[in-house]
Design a protein around this ligand. Structure first.
Ligand SMILES: C[S@@+](CC[C@H](N)C(=O)[O-])C[C@H]1O[C@@H](n2cnc3c(N)ncnc32)[C@H](O)[C@@H]1O
Length: 436
């Protein structure tokens, strides 16, 4: 491999990048990249592992370091394994298939340990990792694009918007994977050349639910073709949304798409939030259920369609609060049909968190916000008298920030359990339990 002479120590923002380097990789970063050092700068290398000596090509600056492509592993780590998927490296779905399972799980738990550590919490409060098996993803959004009359359908490439055409994927539940060839043929027929879009596919208990989001002039012939596809594939529902309109047009609704939480059937609105695997949902829900114990009444904040509200309602009255009108309507209708003790309120919890006075009546509060976390709500909780708070999170950094707010208000972290619902990726979920 040809190498250039080592670059001079760069100075100032216009400093030129070194092109090729040999590096020792010292750690794995939060996105799963190997991290080495060149002079005084961190170098991020996707595909490299701690303990390895590697040759890299520096591409660009990234934050306060350099981004580099792996050219060659000169001394491999004993934890290196052959990635099980042929798309690994190009596809953006996975970052760490080249790391052996035990080392991978240690790294993954470490993401929570590190984030919580930075906020002042001890590592021994972080429980062992709960690992969800690959092949169980019941919900995925595929990107597609039609170029030169060919339809490409799959996941976006790693750190890019190139599209990796998928014929296999180890993450997906088999019915999602089985749909792809027919879906590709359908979209090729109804989408115009040069059009891009995405399709959200959800496996419900009554069949697949699809929402296509793309520009298209669907004439009568296209609509018939789409309805026939729904019939042939035995879909529960097929809907279409034009980007930026927010309007969803149902094209075929053969059965209501139903998911069940603690036996309560909820009709999912198109593209409503649903935990990506049934196994992951059960693991999170069991941790929440056990943590809440016999406390009553309970508030379930950022409740979605009720994945925690309905199990909790088996033992306590639950007040479910959610910002999305369609999700909340689905939850409310399901609670009404089932006759369970769940009340529902639509509210933007970032702008209008439940106030300290409103929180006073609950013996336990569960919150499960999006990646941005729940800072406004955590601030109100910190001033409240609620004895038990359970935080569910898909982002260790914002969980740690919210946990710190609670701790400053006098809460004590009892346990934080990492749940790996996105195997081989850098995403991690967690359930943290606080008492006062
Ligand atoms: C991670 S999901 C959790 C949903 C549910 N707990 C579950 O497990 O299925 C986060 C939920 O928060 C809702 N959400 C996002 N921003 C919100 C806000 N500002 N106020 C209230 N709800 C919000 C989303 O619509 C979504 O349903």
């Amino acid at each position: 491999m040809s190498r250039r002479p080592p670059a001079r120590k760069p100075r100032g923002p216009s400093r030129s990048l070194p092109r090729t380097l040999e590096l020792d990789i010292r750690s794995l970063g939060g996105r799963g990249d190997g991290i080495g050092r060149h002079q005084d700068e961190a170098v991020f290398v996707p595909g490299a592992l701690p303990g390895e000596r590697v040759a890299v090509q520096v591409d660009s600056r990234r934050g306060d370091g350099l981004a580099a492509a792996l050219l060659q592993v000169l001394t491999p780590s004993p934890d290196r394994q052959t990635p099980p998927c042929p798309h690994f490296g190009r596809c953006g779905g996975c970052a760490l298939q080249h790391l052996a399972p035990e080392a991978y799980q240690t790294w993954k738990r470490g993401l929570l340990v590190e984030a919580m550590g930075r906020a002042g919490f001890e590592a021994d409060l972080v429980a062992p990792l709960v690992a969800i098996a690959p092949g169980s993803r019941r919900r995925a959004t595929f990107a597609f694009a039609k170029r030169r009359k060919l339809l490409h359908l799959g996941f976006n490439g790693r750190a890019s918007h190139t599209l990796v055409d998928l014929d296999s994927c180890l993450l997906l539940a088999p019915p999602l994977l089985a749909l792809l060839p027919a879906l590709r043929a359908l979209l090729e027929a109804v989408i115009e050349d040069g059009t891009e879009g995405d399709v959200a596919v959800t496996l419900t208990e009554t069949g697949l639910d699809l929402l296509v989001e793309a520009e298209a002039r669907l004439d009568l012939f296209d609509r018939e073709r789409l309805a026939a596809f729904a019939e042939q594939q035995d879909l529960a529902r097929l809907s279409w949304r034009r980007p930026g309109t927010g309007l969803t047009e149902p094209l075929a609704r053969r059965r209501p798409p139903i998911v069940r939480f603690a036996g309560v059937g909820v009709e999912l609105p198109p593209a409503a939030f649903l935990q990506p695997s049934a196994e992951g949902e059960r693991a999170l829900s069991a941790l929440v259920f056990d943590a809440v114990g016999g406390a009553a009444p309970v508030a379930d904040l950022f409740a979605g369609c009720g994945s925690f509200s309905f199990p909790l309602a088996q033992k306590a009255p639950v007040h479910a609060v959610e910002g999305d009108g369609a999700a909340l309507a689905a939850l409310k209708a399901a609670a009404g049909h089932a006759g369970v003790r769940v009340s529902a309120e639509q509210r933007d919890l970032a702008r209008q968190p439940l106030l300290t006075e409103e929180l006073a009546r609950y013996r336990a509060v569960v919150f499960d916000p999006p990646r941005a976390g729940a800072a406004a709500q955590a601030e109100q909780l910190a001033r409240s008298t609620v004895p038990l708070v359970v935080a569910v999170s898909c982002n260790p950094a914002t969980l740690a920030r919210d946990a710190r707010l609670l701790a400053q208000g006098g809460y004590r972290l009892r346990r934080a359990t990492p749940v790996d619902q996105f195997p081989w990726s850098a995403h991690l979920e967690a359930v943290a339990v606080f008492t006062r």
